[in-house]
Design a protein around this ligand. Structure first.
Ligand SMILES: NC(=O)c1ccc[n+]([C@@H]2O[C@H](COP(=O)([O-])OP(=O)(O)OC[C@H]3O[C@@H](n4cnc5c(N)ncnc54)[C@H](O)[C@@H]3O)[C@@H](O)[C@H]2O)c1
Length: 268
């Protein structure tokens, strides 16, 4: 259903890998709501080929960029400026931990992997905004969003070093959000999403138990990737102009529940 919430708006969407990706759903919804955008991902992800299908469907260009590379980001924003002039929204939907991928326990983390994970999953958000600000690519009242998880605040043992990356990501949103607000009237937020069955999500050990537990704990149940996309659209729209520097829980109520009856019943 379209309400033309993003009519005339231009943007960049990072992180659509396949149809399960949260960014994929955001791109589909943004297109329905009248936005135009560039799709970008790491070169290795683009070589997998699935992004072309989304590009065709949403009438978008695909531009490869490793989000940790300032040079790639500069080229990406230059291309966006050539195509659109200034832009109105950016989605950072990027996460990867080599310690998670290689099954290395949190207490035994490999620091080369740890630094790489921080760079990809958190510091890249700073890099994206630094280059965007230097090149003055955003329109006033633009909106920048990244995706987080409640492991930034609470312990979920198997989430490993991604917990630290998400804490840093949320802190970057607050701090950069201050400066971007003062200097350019651009808002910056993170959405803390329910566990969602995507490539990145399913990489976490014991993900099935994890997602079922969250489902039983949340009064509304887990929020789907599509519901997350709807929330992103609202935050890119002009209806949320004064929301900034926030970590916004989109989790069916999970974050405010101590224990649910459904979970209690399993122990009775
Ligand atoms: N799936 C969940 O349970 C869940 C819950 C809360 C938050 N999130 C967050 O949502 C975001 C999107 O993840 P997803 O679940 O849609 O999984 P996904 O695997 O579909 O997306 C992750 C994306 O990150 C991209 N990426 C990795 N390294 C990159 C790099 N160097 N440069 C540019 N892109 C790179 C991947 O190619 C991929 O497209 C992530 O930040 C993730 O942590 C996911």
């Amino acid at each position: 259903m379209s309400n033309n919430l993003l009519k005339g708006k231009k943007g960049i969407i990072f992180g659509a890998l396949n149809e399960h990706s949260i960014a994929w759903k955001v791109a589909e919804r943004a297109h329905e709501e009248g936005a135009e955008f560039i799709l970008t991902n790491a070169p290795v992800a683009i070589r997998m080929g699935e992004l072309d299908e989304l590009a065709k469907k949403t009438n978008s260009d695909v531009i490869p960029a490793d989000a940790t590379s300032i040079e790639d980001l500069e080229k990406l924003f230059d291309a966006a400026t050539r195509k659109f002039g200034k832009i109105d929204f950016i989605l950072h939907s990027i996460g990867m931990s080599l310690n998670v991928r290689k099954g290395i326990h949190y207490t035994e983390n490999n620091y080369e992997y740890y630094m790489k994970g921080m760079d990809i999953s958190a510091i890249s958000f700073h890099k994206v905004m630094k280059v965007a600000m230097q090149k003055d690519v955003m329109n006033e009242w633009g909106s920048v969003l990244a995706l987080s998880y409640i492991a930034a605040q609470r312990v979920f043992p198997n989430y490993n070093d991604m917990s630290n990356a998400k804490a840093l990501l949320e802190s970057i949103a607050r701090n950069f959000g201050y400066h971007y607000g003062v200097n350019k009237k651009v808002r910056v937020n993170t959405i803390s999403q329910s566990p969602t069955a995507t490539t990145a999500g399913s990489g976490v050990k014991g993900f099935d138990a994890f997602i079922n537990y969250a489902e039983d704990m949340s009064p509304l149940g887990n929020a789907s990737a599509l519901a997350c996309a709807d929330y992103c659209i609202s935050l890119f729209s002009d209806l949320t102009k004064y929301v900034t520097m926030q970590n916004l829980f989109h989790d069916g109520g999970f974050s405010n529940v101590g224990v649910s009856q459904k979970v209690m019943d399993k122990f009775m």
